[in-house]
Design a protein around this ligand. Structure first.
Ligand SMILES: *Cc1c(COP(=O)(O)O)cnc(C)c1O
Length: 238
């Protein structure tokens, strides 16, 4: 069996076991295979192993790759998104299912408007939260997440799915980051009268997805454990 497909199967199995340890069933956890910097042929291996959910960080890279792959892939955009890239992203990737990195009203408005212009089905979005307490370009402060979620839910062409965090600026995460995101969900649900099922948690990457699942994650984003190490240091990822 091809290396990426084999790694994918073992990550899936680890995720399933972590789900069971946390008292949930495997179908309640979504595994996003993060394929940034990886070639089409390797993504195809994981697709052929039956997977349909992939994530990319860079607009240009996703626009180039998506048309070369089957259109039943559910793409997650998980990178820093600038307003001027919204139109090319939505126009170039009709099967874009999720944007996980909405961190202010302005980008939410741009996405909402672009979906309306194209006339495609509503776009699912996560609100990205800065759980590190450090100054960082991406993520709304925990204290601002209720207001931003409220705004996203008022956008007719966006479907609010939940909260997302990366963790620390160097792309590692601590249990405190996961706890902070989970606390944000409690606050959002309480203040906006939602149930926890209406607010997913996207947290956990290669090094910590099992812990993240045990702490309530419903959407883990796993790259290098499936596809192998990337050819550049992680801090250049954004
Ligand atoms: C690259 C990336 C991942 C995957 O990281 P790995 O450590 O390779 O699993 C997850 N989430 C985001 C936002 C990323 O940029």
């Amino acid at each position: 069996m091809a290396a990426a497909a084999a790694s994918f199967r073992s990550v899936l199995q680890q995720a399933q076991q972590a789900a069971e340890r946390s008292g949930r069933s495997a179908p309640q956890i979504r595994l996003v295979a993060v394929s940034k910097t990886k070639p089409i042929s390797v993504i195809r291996e994981v697709y052929d192993a039956g997977h349909r959910c992939f994530g990319e960080n860079y607009v240009q890279e996703l626009i180039e790759k998506a048309p070369q792959l089957p259109d039943d892939i559910e793409w997650h955009f998980i990178g820093n998104l600038q307003s001027n890239k919204v139109k090319p992203l939505l126009g170039g990737v009709p099967n874009l299912a999720y944007v996980e990195t909405v961190d202010d009203e302005k980008i939410a408005n741009h996405l909402d408007g672009a979906v309306a212009n194209i006339g495609r089905k509503p776009l699912k979005v996560f609100v990205q939260v800065n759980t590190s307490g450090e100054t960082s370009k991406s993520g709304v402060e925990p204290a601002g997440c209720v207001d931003l979620v409220k705004h996203v839910r008022s956008c007719p062409n966006l479907e609010f799915c939940g909260l997302m965090t990366i963790g620390m600026p160097d792309y590692t995460a601590t249990p405190e980051n996961f706890k902070t995101l989970s606390d944000c969900r409690s606050q959002v649900c309480k203040e906006l009268g939602m149930s926890e099922e209406q607010c997913e948690l996207s947290m956990g990457m290669s090094s910590d997805f099992e812990l993240a699942i045990e702490m309530g994650s419903t959407n883990v984003r796993v790259g290098s454990s499936i596809f192998g190490a990337r050819e550049y240091p992680k801090k250049e990822a954004q």
